[in-house]
Design a protein around this ligand. Structure first.
Ligand code: MN
Length: 740
């Protein structure tokens, strides 16, 4: 059978790759793990239609060739989904393959259902636990990264909502983790794959431009390296010179962050010199000799020498980066690495042990792993300032948008950056939130508006007489708190309405009047409120006090003929039908998250364009399915969207714009430039006169000859906005322009 042959071939490739490494040869054990996994997953297929075993085989292949781990990890990779997806237990694995492999498989099973899994979103934010899980056995994380890499490579067979969830998590959790562990090529591939699924059009465009400019780059490269080759040859160095092309994701990232076009990115090409040291003890010297040699050919940029040879990065990266001026007058970065440094840069710390002195076998690898684990554990046990810096870098890289705070009992909690005391109170409990009057932050009294800082210890203060008010919505930044405040407000309003309605009923009865819709509408008119609901609420809250005047008016009106009322009815001028505010839950139709939500005009009630990022037609967006199946639309790059992608993946729905030219949206742009008389005129001229776009707000400030301006516009879509920005760019005094 073809499939059987495909499986056998994949396995043979794995064994061959393993035999090509310097590991101790444990083919028998690997074969046993393969046969066991194959049998356990028998008859099961992936969404792509492939036999399931192809997945663990691919993961094992990545673990072996791309990360450089040994037989223990290869076996664990082959077995990684057995406990989760079949009837076999960790105990079974332990009996057949021993403690170590069983422990790793157990770790992998736990995190696929736990921190990194479907259900434990809150935990994914818990940085400390994450580290502790890592430190149990670093191989768990390495295999998990390989697992994710293969899932990303085969992401096309998943439905859209899953694609977004997986791509989002990958960018948020796995790519930084791979970076931290020094797995550079995997990190780059994860980022590029995420980018490709999240922004297919932008990805394709960058790919296209890279291909279109290749010939040009090749020429620059060839001309630039020719004299370098001569020098290296005369020095007698064994070397290869490669082009390093910036990845589509980093290019796009730079375009976004620096607001530049593809054509304006000057460092797409870098040159990498990888040399074979004559002797390990001469490695560092030779690195600098090469530097000295080539800086005789080209002028080097004084501020752009990076020496990670004598001072390796925390993830083990070593290289010498210099930026040289080519004969054509362009700065080109040159990275000088030994073969050893290059392998560590690509495969991470797992490559370290290969270069250890003495006998090279898996026990050495084991020792290296042990050392790494011990370091982390020591840091956690006894946090020293220096060591904490190291942890801080991990923290910063992983969760730049998060802060870490403590409860009075010392429990760690994560909150989004910018969260207030009120957010924190609601994160504990709705009751605590809705009665919060302030907090003791680090034993000092602070108001509910206080913005939390990482490391704060917070004791929430409550009072029974405290009430939720609408203003609170401006204080909170988390969706959770806002939702709870709105729910409480709605509940309070419902109660007030009910109370007001019965107060009214009592009043009318006491005065001998009938409680019908005509009377209620009349009272609405008298007290200038829009709806009966508002009338009831106002009565309950004492804003409207009913009295004799109302009684008189009602009696007068009643004496007028009923016919006039009927006429009014017929003409529809007055509709004494009560509008009901809250639609009951049952009427909300279920939403199919595997479909794409069309953001059309007719669909308007189904979704909300979120205020945090203010998406407009043309932006890449996604939906978050919230309460009552209402969908909240965010831009892909919005902080909230990133949190959702990482933590609430199951709520994601894909969304596409389907709005014609009927609606306008607010968009804000920021400008900076040289302050010359007439600039403001030119700007408004371009926007309103030549493009006929409405400005809804304009702010400008000048200092030291520089002006800064923010302009709020009403546009139909991103194309229109781009047109505005491109036209403004043409004004000579405008130097920077960006959407905010
Ligand atoms: Mn898997």
């Amino acid at each position: 059978m073809d499939e059987e042959k495909m499986i056998e071939e994949a396995f043979n490739t794995l064994v061959e790759s393993y035999l090509a490494t310097k590991h101790r040869k444990k083919v028998e054990k690997i074969t046993k793990a393969f046969n066991f996994a194959r049998h356990a997953h028998q008859g099961v297929r992936r969404l792509s239609g492939e036999p399931y075993i192809m997945h663990p085989l691919s993961v094992a292949q990545i673990v072996c060739t791309e990360i450089g781990l040994g037989s223990t990890s290869i076996c664990a990779a082959l077995l990684h989904d057995v406990v989760e997806d079949t009837d076999y237990t960790v105990e079974d694995i332990k009996n057949m393959f021993g403690d170590k492999i069983a422990q790793i498989v157990d770790g992998l099973t736990k995190i696929s259902g736990g921190i990194f899994g479907d259900h434990a979103s809150a935990q994914a934010e818990n940085f400390k636990k994450l580290l502790l899980t890592m430190s149990e056995d670093i191989r768990v994380i390495l295999i998990k990264i390989a697992d994710r890499l293969h899932n990303m490579r085969t992401l096309g067979s998943q439905p859209y909502n899953k694609q977004y969830k997986i791509a989002g998590e990958t960018l948020y959790i796995y790519a930084p983790l791979a970076h931290r562990l020094g797995l550079n090529s995997i990190k780059t591939e994860l980022e590029d794959l995420s980018f490709r699924y999240e922004h297919p059009e932008e990805y394709a465009q960058i790919e296209y431009k890279l291909a279109a400019t290749k010939a040009e780059r090749d020429t620059v490269f060839d001309e630039f390296i020719a004299p370098i080759r001569q020098t290296l040859d005369s020095l007698g160095v064994k070397y290869v010179i490669k082009q390093r092309i910036k990845s589509p994701y980093s290019i796009w990232n730079k375009m976004q962050n620096k607001h530049v076009t593809f054509e304006e990115i000057y460092d797409i090409l870098a040159v990498r010199i990888i040399f074979e040291p004559t002797d390990m003890s001469r490695e560092l010297n030779e690195c600098f000799n090469i530097y000295v040699g080539i800086s005789k050919i080209y002028k080097s940029h004084p501020d752009r020498l990076r020496d990670w040879v004598s001072h390796p990065k925390a993830n083990g990266y070593q290289a010498l980066h210099v930026t040289l001026m080519s004969n054509k007058g362009e700065w080109i970065e040159v990275q000088i690495r030994s073969t050893r440094m290059d392998e560590i840069a690509e495969k991470g710390f797992a490559a370290h042990w290969k270069y250890k002195e003495g006998e090279q076998n898996e026990d050495d690898a084991e020792n290296e792993l042990e050392k790494w684990l011990t370091t982390i554990k020591e840091i956690l046990d006894d946090p020293q300032p220096d060591a904490m810096d190291f942890l801080d870098t991990i923290k910063l890289n992983l969760y730049a948008s998060e802060i870490f705070v403590f409860t009075p009992k010392g429990d760690l909690r994560t909150m989004p950056a910018g969260a207030t005391v009120l957010d924190f109170a609601f994160s504990i409990h709705t009751f605590v939130g809705s009665h919060c009057i302030g907090a003791k932050v680090n034993h000092k009294l602070e108001p509910i508006t206080y913005k939390l800082q990482s490391g704060d210890q917070i004791e929430v203060l409550t009072s029974k007489t405290q009430h939720v008010t609408r203003e609170w919505l401006d204080i909170v930044t988390t969706g959770k708190a806002a939702t709870k405040i709105l729910a409480t407000l709605r509940k309070d309003e419902r109660e007030a309405r009910r109370k007001g309605e019965s107060m009214l009923d009592e009043f009318l009865r006491a005065k001998g009047l009938t409680n019908d819709s005509a009377t209620v509408d009349l009272l609405c008119e008298l007290h200038e409120v829009q709806k009966p609901e508002a009338l009831f609420a106002a009565i309950a809250q004492g804003q409207i006090v009913l009295g004799q005047e109302d009684v008189n008016k009602i009696q007068n009106k009643n004496s007028a003929s009923a016919a006039s009322w009927m006429r009014l009815f017929a003409f529809g001028k007055k509709k004494p039908v009560r509008k009901i505010d809250d639609t009951p839950d049952e009427e909300v139709p279920a939403i199919d998250k595997t479909k794409i939500l069309q953001l059309s005009d007719t669909n308007r009630s189904k979704y909300t364009l979120c205020d945090c990022c203010k998406p407009i037609p043309g932006d890449s967006v996604m939906g978050y399915v919230g309460d009552k199946n209402h969908v909240y639309i965010h831009k892909f790059q919005c902080k909230t969207a990133q949190r959702i992608k990482a933590n609430r993946g199951n709520h994601i729905i894909a969304a596409k714009w389907d709005i014609g030219n009927s609606m306008q949206f607010e968009a804000t742009i920021a400008l900076r430039g040289i302050d010359k008389p007439g600039t403001l005129n030119q700007i408004t001229e371009v926007i309103s006169s030549s493009l006929n776009i409405n400005i809804s707000k304009l702010e400008i400030s000048c200092s030291d000859g520089i002006f800064e301006s923010t302009i709020r516009l009403l546009v139909h879509d991103t194309d229109e906005l781009k047109e505005v920005m491109n036209s403004l760019k043409k004004i000579p005094t405008v130097k920077e322009i960006a959407r905010v």
